[in-house]
Design a protein around this ligand. Structure first.
Ligand code: COA
Ligand code: AMP
Length: 629
């Protein structure tokens, strides 16, 4: 069957389509139906009983595939490669789950995981899934304050951390960051488990911190605990318009079914194949396709601890593909741009045998046609842009390589996947004609695996996603659909920016800048960046009479964002301005300033209070090098 037949099958009978897809999962007790019209946006397979860890590990061992490779850890940061079979993984995960269970942690308890790209991060996630605990992984590039915010929201019984992560040129000591976060948070976990890495051993807190290795060695393995289909598998925080992140909830059964469907049909990966996703377990891409997806499919996943360039060079990606015979490779366009900048001709590509590679997948930000062409010319495999979000957990639009390769239109992530009825709406919520720009929305219900709500914030869920266009989920992306139904994603409709494939809130950064004692008012805008897609730039109005040295204030706010949000914010540039341009009703004109910084034409906003301010903004941005070039 081709894509059109599959899509038509879903459209004719979504219930039958998803019940059929659910057959790929081992159920402790099968669901009576697929869709349940309950909760704010519906739920999937709610009355089935299932365990995620069983489906990712144990069932493969039981079926006689225990000796198959489950995980390859390739770490140019430590110059090491290690491997785990499904049997070995089962033993480690069952024992770690035993450590948690022995401390009374079980179904519904939250566990925060703060770890770098090591196999233990994947084990920690699966150990939670084994006992029905709800994990929340926090990306290592976030600072202690961001971790504290998540601790207070998720209220975890346990935190599992590593002593350190390794970034080029520096060791990031995670344990002191965790200690600071716990000190700052109102909620305190009962127990913390620390995986000591030889590169930087952590000082342990007597009576609270458990040493991972000792605890696992002494633990009894525990079995998988069946949970309801609508039991949360995890919470993953993502940036919204404010500094308070949104806790995206993922229900167990829909997650399993969506991944079991998407891994073969989109990525072309089956049992025994090697799938490499060069992202991080702290992001949704890592959850779905480094950890859960490949294992549910019985494939081998590569956990890569390194960077596209500098570890040691721009040939690392190609070396890893060749060494581990990777079949499908998935990364962000920004990573390819980094490689292309160091090795424009792709000379390093030619030094490796890439015959195992069948497709390259790109997501996380718009894939610019130049980047796609560069990859196509050098790798000689299909280069597939696909579009999705933390909220959806899997691709909304993609080229379903595992089914058939549809004609590629560069700049478009191709067509909607089954379950997603993608519509482009005008401000009044009416569908617009092909090629007309509008807000991209998805008609409810969303398919299995997508968010049913936000953690402890159902009202916020409704306000952020459902209220604006009744009957639809609002993606926050703007774009259009062409006459063939191909989707084009052009921009965000909110104050979220995308820096190196990382989703960041300009509102969150503004909250930090505004807390500087000399800052009266501020704005953060996303400006175009040739490597990272976008970069944040701050504009600061200082308090009158504060007598602060502008350059010192700039240096201080840069340090504050790094300290409070984290290095991942990549906030390096700010300038002082006299006033900010606003509408007559007082709304700051961020989009207009971003166009000035990018050197683009713009229409004078009809409601602008004082057009002369834009000239001042242009002059101030010029002092920090914008527009570029
Ligand atoms: N722990 C601690 N710090 C981290 C971190 C982690 N897990 N990940 C990133 N950081 C730090 C980096 O060291 C860097 O710090 P610096 O300001 O001291 O240099 C900062 O956060 C910004 O990181 P990043 O945006 O990743 O930029 P970079 O300059 O290190 O690398 C790229 C640039 C393009 C090579 C890199 O961004 C990349 O490979 N991105 C891939 C994007 C991706 O995987 N996105 C996920 C969605 S698919
Ligand atoms: P995240 O939730 O961090 O995965 O970020 C999701 C957002 O990244 C989307 O809402 C888009 O704005 C952007 N994005 C992800 N993939 C693509 C893509 N293929 N093309 C364009 N934008 C994308």
């Amino acid at each position: 069957m081709g894509y059109r037949d599959i899509q038509a099958g879903w459209q004719q009978d979504p219930e039958a389509f998803w019940m059929k897809a659910a057959e790929a999962i081992d159920w402790d007790s099968p669901p009576s139906r697929a869709f349940f019209d309950q909760g704010p946006a519906g739920e999937w397979f709610a009355d089935g009983m299932v365990n995620t860890c069983w489906n990712a590990i144990d069932r493969h061992v039981q079926a006689g595939h225990g000796d198959r490779l489950a995980v390859i850890h390739d770490s140019p940061m430590t110059d090491s490669v290690s491997r785990l079979t499904y049997s070995e993984l089962q033993d480690r995960v069952a024992r770690l789950a035993g450590v948690l269970a022995a401390r009374g942690i079980g179904k519904g308890d939250r566990v925060i995981i703060y770890m770098p790209m090591i196999p233990e991060a994947l084990q920690a996630m699966l150990a939670c899934a084994r006992i029905g605990a709800i994990h929340s992984v926090v990306f290592g590039g976030f600072a202690a304050h961001e971790l504290a915010v998540r601790i207070d929201d998720a209220r975890p019984r346990a935190i599992i951390a590593a002593s350190c992560g390794l970034e080029p040129g520096r060791t990031v000591a995670y344990k002191p960051l965790m200690d600071r976060a716990i000190a700052e948070a109102t909620h305190k976990p009962d127990v913390t488990i620390v995986f000591q890495r030889p590169e930087c051993r952590a000082d342990m807190t007597e009576g609270r911190d458990l040493d991972w290795k000792d605890a696992v060695a002494a633990a009894d393995p525990v079995d998988c605990v069946p949970v309801e289909g609508n039991h949360p598998a995890y919470i993953l925080y993502t940036s919204g318009t404010t500094g308070q992140p949104k806790g995206v909830v993922r229900h167990s059964a829909g997650h399993l079914v969506a991944l079991a469907w998407s891994v073969p049909h989109i990525y072309g990966i089956g049992p025994g194949d090697v799938f490499w996703v060069a992202s991080d377990v702290g992001w949704v891409v890592g959850h779905s396709y480094i950890v859960y997806g490949p294992l549910i499919a019985g494939a081998t996943t590569v956990i890569f601890e390194g960077k596209p360039v500098g570890t040691p060079d721009a040939g690392t990606f190609w070396r890893v593909i060749a060494d581990h015979k990777v079949k499908s490779f998935f990364t962000a366009p920004t990573a390819i741009r980094a490689v292309k900048r160091e090795d424009p001709q792709g000379k390093l590509v030619a030094q490796h045998d890439l015959s195992s590679l069948q497709a390259l997948f790109l997501a996380g930000e718009r894939a610019d046609p130049d980047t796609i062409t560069w990859c196509e010319d050098r790798l000689n495999v299909p280069v597939i842009d696909h579009w999705w979000q933390t909220e959806t957990g899997w691709a909304i639009a993609a080229n379903p390589f595992g089914i058939e390769l549809l004609p590629v239109k560069k700049g478009s992530p191709t067509l909607p996947m089954p379950g997603y009825d993608v519509q482009v709406l005008d401000e009044a919520g009416h569908p617009v004609a092909p090629r007309t720009l509008g807000a991209i929305a998805i008609r409810l219900p969303l398919p299995p695996g997508t968010l049913p709500t936000l953690w402890n914030a159902e009202d916020r869920f409704r306000k952020a996603y459902l209220d604006h266009f009744p009957g639809y989920y609002e993606t926050g992306d703007a774009g259009y659909v062409d006459e063939d139904g191909y989707v084009y994603i052009m921009a965000r409709t909110d104050d979220v920016i995308n820096v190196a494939g990382h989703r960041l809130s300009t509102g969150g950064m503004e909250e930090v800048l505004a807390s500087h004692p000399a800052v009266a008012e501020c704005a953060v805008i996303g400006v175009a960046d040739p490597l990272k897609g976008q970069a944040p730039v701050g504009l600061l109005c200082l308090k009158k009479g504060a007598e602060a040295d502008p350059s010192q204030v700039v240096a201080e706010v840069v340090a504050m964002v790094r300290d409070q949000i984290g290095p991942v914010a990549a906030f390096k540039t700010a300038c002082v301005v006299d006033r900010l341009p606003k509408t007559r009703s007082g709304k700051i004109l961020r989009a207009t300033m971003a166009r000035i910084a990018d050197g683009e034409d713009f229409k004078m906003p009809a409601t602008i209070d004082d057009p002369a301010i834009l000239d001042e903004i242009r002059a101030s941005l010029a002092t920090v090098g914008y527009p570029r070039g």
